[in-house]
Write a protein that binds this ligand. Sequence first.
Ligand SMILES: O=C(O)C(=O)C[C@]1(C(=O)O)C=C[C@@H](O)C=C1
Length: 385
Amino acid sequence: MANDALQALRKDINEIDSELLILLTKRRRISHSVVEYKISNNKPIRDEKRELALLEKLISYGKSLGLDAYYVNNVFQTIIEDSVLHQQAMLQQNINPEIKGDTNRVAYLGGQGSYSQLACHKYFSRRSDQLIELGCTSFFEITNKVETGQADFGLLPIENTCSGSINEVYDLLQHAQVAIVGELTQSIEHCLIAKGDTELKDITKVFGHPQPFTQCSQFIQGLDNIQLEYCDSTSSAIAKAIEVPNSAAIASQQAGIKAGLEVVQSAVANQVENHSRFIVVARKPMQTSKQIPTKTTLIMATSQNAGSLADALIIFKQHKINLVKLESRPVPGNPWEEVFYVDLDANLSQSNTQQALEDLKEVTEFVRILGCYPSESMKAVEVKS
Ligand SMILES: O=C(O)C(=O)C[C@]1(C(=O)O)C=C[C@@H](O)C=C1
């Protein structure tokens, strides 16, 4: 095929892609109008029956056009998820009018190209306010900026599907005067990136944040004679890889390309499916509508007596509350004492949650609510093919 013909076909593809984007924007606008109806009529945001009917219809129509069911399902699950998360954000802004300013100052780890920046853009793109980014060099700086009012929100990674819980963040939450007001998951695709034409055999040094190093431990162990250097964020690892000859960084492809670097090796994480869950914190707690799935996170300490943790946990069962995560961390200065972090599928405005918390106080040494916030775990509706 002549080059001209290829260019002409690519022009056609570009035009179709632009049309798709315009249609997606139109669809999102309609979804925004739907939420206004749901707010006025007190309807739940998610309507799984409608989603199922829509997906079945689209899959069947797609089949008639020669499109694979799996492909159509994936594309539309993503579109519907975006629609639901936008609607949730609008609903939250509606019931918490105090957070509806002109700007959102958001503190996160790193700068240009950090995974936290990607997560920040993803989460705050659902809000109409202008985003002001405050890149930080530590998790402590993030909570401190929120506590002192220099930032409206802070974004903290709390767990990763490869490396587990991020203890430093859990420990910070023990004392930070912040409330959890949101969560989001961000897929993480680690690559080894370096300046153009660098080959793996030329690399003598790899820069990275400790978390990505843990998540890519198997790849790193397979590298001979390479020195690892820890950085306070992925964006500083990228800056180092630009500055130091024969070096590379562990970062996302997106971040590497933005910084003018190239991918030496992609998919270097221990597991192909690698996701991080982030929490969004603010100075004051927010209300979460009953129209959306909600999580409540609390911290508690039980006595050192046999069965005291079991006594606390049974309360959630008695009140029919699903416990989604339990994490324990040592209490600084009190060897062998632990505090427990509990994530519940629960809304603080529901009477069974309030009663459970009252009962919990009776059997624990202390309980503190860290936040009640919209849950982002959107279970996709199951379409039978
Ligand atoms: O139809 C609705 O109720 C919508 O809010 C729209 C929509 C969608 O984007 O298609 C979004 C959320 C619901 O779970 C179902 C469908």
